[in-house]
Design a protein around this ligand. Structure first.
Ligand SMILES: Cc1cc2nc3c(=O)[nH]c(=O)nc-3n(C[C@H](O)[C@H](O)[C@H](O)COP(=O)(O)O)c2cc1C
Length: 672
């Protein structure tokens, strides 16, 4: 089908003898929808929606191939019992013209023993894993042959189930990487030592699978473009591995970034869009089979450019299609305003998985419930007033309007967004602003009457002509009881975090003390320590013209003119930040020289000084400016009003993450 827009992205491509209708790949993602390893309705509905949205290829998985390579809760292909479920899934996805692969997964030393009934994880050698803090045992040669057979058996099951091909997982630090890397492979037999020897395990896996499935079945491999781990493989070794596999007849490569153990962020909002695609380009220059670029490719224009510029033949769009399953169709028709973009917050997807929960999505609250929820038109349209246009209120208003209700949305400010406006000024968090643009478009599209600059008070609440009233008035900064704090606020040397993030001038002082090291305190620290760092354009100019020592440029990129101290009462800074996002933020703050104190309680403030207690000792900190980031409390001016029409959602009810606020807005809107 000819596309009206993005002709290259929507042109077909061959992987071996298999034609794929366009260049968009939904990658393997462990979604935690398969508690027993069998395909479930939850999982089928999720994938069917993506197929309906027009994606060319879906890679289902990672699928475990044996008892020690992954948990029982991963999608399983280790016995024939799992074939009928897969077959049913393949049939349903094929009905939309989407091709389907399964990813064969063996985590080696990345699996924790609790996931595999207390067994000891296996690997090339017994090198401890930083991911699990466990030490694996080395595989014997007999076991190596056995595992290779398991790969082949699982591939045959995928073929029997009617899948169109398979992807072998050899990225992110999993078992094949553990053989490839000199860091984790210390073997002295033919599987260790030289690169040729280290490649042997992965190559034999490929050969064994090929022997089993025959030449006509598509096989691709997912490779780490560069491990981004000191002393481990770089793009050079990856290219060699790819060339060897190509000679043996592999049909394509999917190139990601580094390992789970890397210090380089891979998935967070700090990763620029398409940042690792240059790795795909390096592989593409060395092989003739198609190469897929991956990570943070979120917009069709960028995808089209990568393919057009010869950096890749296809692109992975993972979280982009979690956020909006209809992304491909909308892009093909040029409906770019309609696309609900991933903001790489990871709150609903990666963090949920880390917490053992099914994958969800902050910007698309139906994710994970697509099998049980339909946004249906109401039989009884009502007049509904929503008070507060923060995340919860916006989601409630849009969903209600979609359902056919007549919605009036009242916001006291002259703009929508509430706390999202604060988040969106933090470097790399512009995605939050894009989400507001999307909501603004949705409000208009679904005919929500937006009343900006219209505060609703206790007095005029009863005058609202509405059948239902939704209170989504958010939160207010929590002002703790600290000696000297009130005077500080009055005299202006204590600022509220929200004011700083609302672009209030933070003063010229070098020394800044932030009271409170939660998510907001960290946001403020990132925001403030941007001051005095070299801008990216200058850095590029200096490097491109070979004008300056790259080490000096690197130093100037991260060296701030602010000296920031952050004081946190709890035992950990950033405790309320999701696991996948916290470490890159901590790393960035450390690089910028932010001094983080934990178990430290501020007891007194005076101009120029903050006094804090830790382990029974009082310490004084110099502070030109003091920033208060001590959390928030619910703000509900109507809490005492008894009115059956009132429903309270989001932070106004209980302070929580934006993920929860949006979910609440959505879920309430489905019930009215
Ligand atoms: C929740 C979640 C689970 C994932 N599980 C897998 C997996 O099982 N196998 C794999 O190769 N990659 C996995 N990934 C990585 C994705 O396939 C993809 O490379 C990553 O999300 C970056 O692409 P994106 O920015 O388009 O989302 C996972 C990512 C997420 C967010």
């Amino acid at each position: 089908m000819d596309s009206e827009y993005f002709n290259i992205l929507f042109s077909p491509i061959m992987l071996g003898n298999l034609e794929i209708k366009n260049r968009i790949v939904f990658p393997a993602m462990h979604l935690n929808y398969t508690p027993e390893g069998y395909v479930t309705d939850q999982m089928t509905a999720f994938y069917e929606n993506r197929a309906r949205g027009g994606v060319g290829l879906i890679v289902v998985g990672g699928c475990t191939i044996d008892k020690v390579g992954g948990g029982h809760f991963m999608i399983r292909l280790d016995t024939d019992d799992f074939v009928p479920g897969m077959a049913d899934l393949a049939k349903k996805l094929h009905a939309h013209g989407t091709k389907v692969f399964t990813q064969l997964y063996h985590a080696g030393r990345y699996v924790a023993s609790w996931m595999i009934n207390g067994d000891t994880p296996v690997s090339a050698s017994s090198v401890p894993s930083k991911l699990t803090n466990e030490t694996p045992r080395p595989l014997t040669k007999e076991e190596i042959k056995q595992i290779q057979q398991y790969y082949a058996d699982a591939a045959m099951r995928a073929k029997k189930a009617g899948m169109d091909g398979i992807e072998i997982l050899a990225s992110a630090g999993y078992l094949i990487c553990q053989f490839l890397s000199p860091l984790t492979n210390q073997r002295i037999d033919e599987y260790g030592g030289t690169l040729d020897n280290r490649m042997r395990f992965g190559i034999e896996v490929y050969k064994k699978i090929r022997e089993a499935v025959g030449d006509d079945f598509a096989i691709i491999m997912r490779l780490s473009g560069s491990d981004f781990v000191k002393g481990s493989n770089t793009i050079n070794e990856t290219v060699e591995f790819a060339k060897s596999l190509e000679q043996l007849g592999i049909n394509g490569f999917n190139i990601t970034g580094g390992w789970h153990e890397t210090h380089v962020p891979q998935l967070t909002f700090s990763v620029p869009e398409g940042a690792f695609s240059y790795l795909a380009m390096k592989v593409k220059q060395a092989v003739k089979v198609p190469v897929i670029a991956s990570n943070r490719i979120n917009n069709p224009g960028l995808a089209e450019r990568f393919i057009n510029d010869g950096w890749a033949d296809m692109v992975v769009m993972g979280r982009a299609l979690i956020a909006d399953p209809m992304f491909p169709e909308k892009a093909r028709k040029g409906q770019l305003h309609e696309i609900n973009s991933c903001i790489a917050c990871n709150q609903g997807c990666f963090d949920n998985i880390f917490n053992g929960l099914p994958a969800g999505c902050l910007v698309n609250p139906i994710v994970g419930r697509e099998h049980e929820i339909k946004i249906s038109k109401t039989g009884k349209p009502k007049k509904i007033a929503v008070i507060g246009a923060g995340p919860a209120g916006l989601e409630a208003a849009v969903t209600l309007a979609k359902r056919g209700h007549k919605v009036d949305l009242y916001e006291k400010e002259k703009w929508i967004g509430g706390q999202f406006n604060l988040a969106s000024v933090v470097p790399d968090k512009e995605g939050f602003y894009n989400l507001l643009l999307y909501y603004a478009h949705q409000l208009e599209h679904y005919g929500v009457n937006l009343h900006l600059g219209k505060p609703i008070s206790k007095n005029n609440l009863s005058k609202l002509k509405a059948d239902e009233i939704i209170v989504a008035t958010g939160a207010a900064p929590l002002i703790p009881n600290i000696e000297g704090l009130e005077e500080g606020i009055e005299d202006g040397y204590v600022k509220l975090a929200w004011d700083i993030l609302s672009n209030e001038f933070a003063g010229t002082s070098e020394n800044i003390v932030i009271i409170g090291g939660g998510a907001v305190g960290c946001d403020v620290a990132v925001y403030i320590t941007q001051d005095g760092t070299m801008n990216e354009k200058t850095a590029r100019f200096l490097l491109e013209n070979d004008a300056e020592d790259p080490l000096l440029v690197q130093q100037l990129l991260k060296q701030s003119t602010r000296k920031v101290i952050m004081l946190e009462m709890l035992d950990k800074t950033g405790k309320d930040i999701g696991k996948s996002t916290r470490w890159p933020i901590m790393q960035q703050l450390k690089r910028r020289g932010v001094k983080m104190y934990t178990n430290t309680k501020v007891t007194r403030i005076e101009e120029g000084k903050v006094f804090a207690e830790s382990n029974g000792q009082t310490q004084a900190f110099d502070a030109g400016i003091i920033v208060l980031a001590t959390g928030v409390i619910s703000h509900n001016p109507f809490s005492k009003i008894k009115d059956k029409r009132i429903h309270v959602i989001g932070d106004a009810q209980i302070t929580a993450k934006a993920l929860d606020a949006i979910k609440q807005g959505f879920e309430l809107a489905l019930t009215l």
